[in-house]
Design a protein around this ligand. Structure first.
Ligand SMILES: Nc1ncnc2c1ncn2[C@@H]1O[C@H](COP(=O)(O)OP(=O)(O)OP(=O)(O)O)[C@@H](O)[C@H]1O
Ligand SMILES: [Mg+2]
Length: 338
């Protein structure tokens, strides 16, 4: 049996401050993330747990009501639950401020209407969530936490989030290049304008009273984009730095989670984001007197052979099925100390 003792997971992740917990829906991501966070906090290591899952289950597991602001759970544990609706509103308010800085005021009602519709466009929440996650990632890395644990939404969503910083970087690059071309054209136009004026074609003293102001605003818009690009770049660097970030995939010993984990690992490897470990959750011990549970345990053991053959490169850690849901920091951290 190539399963490692569970305590090894805690030790393995000790030195990587950023931990992403991913996996299929319902396999135990929130439980694992909250267990790791509670364990490190119990060891007096300052820990932040961030939930990017729209389902709000982190608060339920920790028995605390959470929101977009940092909530202190215990002296060494802080938690944030990112609310996609609030984040999307903030994100679009920011976009509106940026556009307002250089758009023609007459256009604003149309632009506002467009932004209002964009809020519910496919991907809008993800993009807003990603930007917010990148902020937390970069800020938390500087905020003195020893561990920052991200409890994420089911696999596909998380993978897109993990790969998006590069795509968003490229997209922002495209916008910047376009703006640079336009600003070059504008400066040529201004040059020609002043040339005409020198040659006596003076329609008025100041050819374009808004020119200086407009270019200031333009600079502001470019600087917002530059900052965003910088944010995605920094987040991308952190995600790809194996000394900083560990991706832990959670699965159960079942056919569908196995298939999904295989696909997730292929995608992660393609993006050079190797997972650090795989947790096999809800395992049933084989010492069962009841026929039903013995059969289930045997089936899991059978699948475990498949799992071990499929993931030879990655350490596998077991978490056993508990009698009840695991809630509260004491029970959660006990799950990993066992
Ligand atoms: N080892 C375990 N023993 C007993 N119950 C467990 C165990 N792991 C998870 N559970 C329970 O299974 C349910 C799903 O777990 P959890 O919420 O951690 O999964 P998740 O992957 O975060 O789900 P989602 O994809 O919905 O976010 C919860 O009710 C949780 O308490
Ligand atoms: Mg969850």
């Amino acid at each position: 049996m190539a399963l490692h003792p569970l305590h090894g997971l805690v030790e393995q992740l000790e030195t990587q401050p950023i931990i992403f917990i991913g996996g299929k829906g319902g396999v135990g991501k929130t439980t694992t993330a909250a267990a790791l966070a509670s364990y490190y906090a119990s060891q007096q290591q300052k820990t932040l747990i961030v939930s990017t899952d729209p389902a709000h289950s982190l608060g339920d597991v920790l028995n605390v009501r959470l929101n977009n602001e940092t909530t202190v759970i215990s002296p060494y544990l802080d938690a944030i639950e990112l609310n996609p609706d609030v984040i999307v509103d903030e994100h679009f308010a920011q976009v509106e401020r940026t556009i307002k800085a250089y758009a023609n005021p007459d256009m604003m009602p149309k632009i506002r209407e467009h932004l209002r519709l964009s809020k519910s466009a496919p991907g809008a929440q993800e993009a807003a969530m990603l930007e917010s996650m990148c902020h937390h990632l970069v800020e938390a890395a500087d905020a003195g936490y020893e561990h920052i644990i991200f409890d994420t939404a089911p696999t596909g969503h998380t993978l897109r989030l993990l790969v998006l910083p590069e795509m968003m970087g490229a997209w922002t690059d495209g916008l910047l290049a376009q703006q640079r071309r336009q600003s070059k054209l504008r400066s040529v136009a201004n040059h020609l304008d002043s040339h005409n004026q020198k040659n006596g074609a003076q329609k008025n003293d100041v050819a374009n009273p808004f020119a200086a102001k407009k270019s200031d605003r333009w600079e502001q818009a470019v600087s917002v984009l530059e900052k965003r690009k910088q944010l995605f770049h920094q987040a991308g660097l952190l995600l790809h730095d194996r000394t900083q970030t560990a991706i832990v995939l959670v699965m159960t010993a079942d056919v569908l989670p196995l298939a999904e984990t295989k696909r997730a690992i292929e995608q992660l490897e393609d993006s050079k984001l190797m997972p650090a470990a795989i947790v096999i959750n809800q395992l049933i011990s084989t010492a069962q007197s009841d026929e039903f549970w013995r059969r289930r345990a045997e089936r899991q053991q059978h699948l475990l052979q498949d799992i071990e053959q499929s993931f030879t490169k990655y350490p596998l850690y077991p978490i056993y099925l508990q009698q009840t849901d695991v809630r509260g920091t004491d029970a959660l951290s006990a799950l990993l100390s066992a």
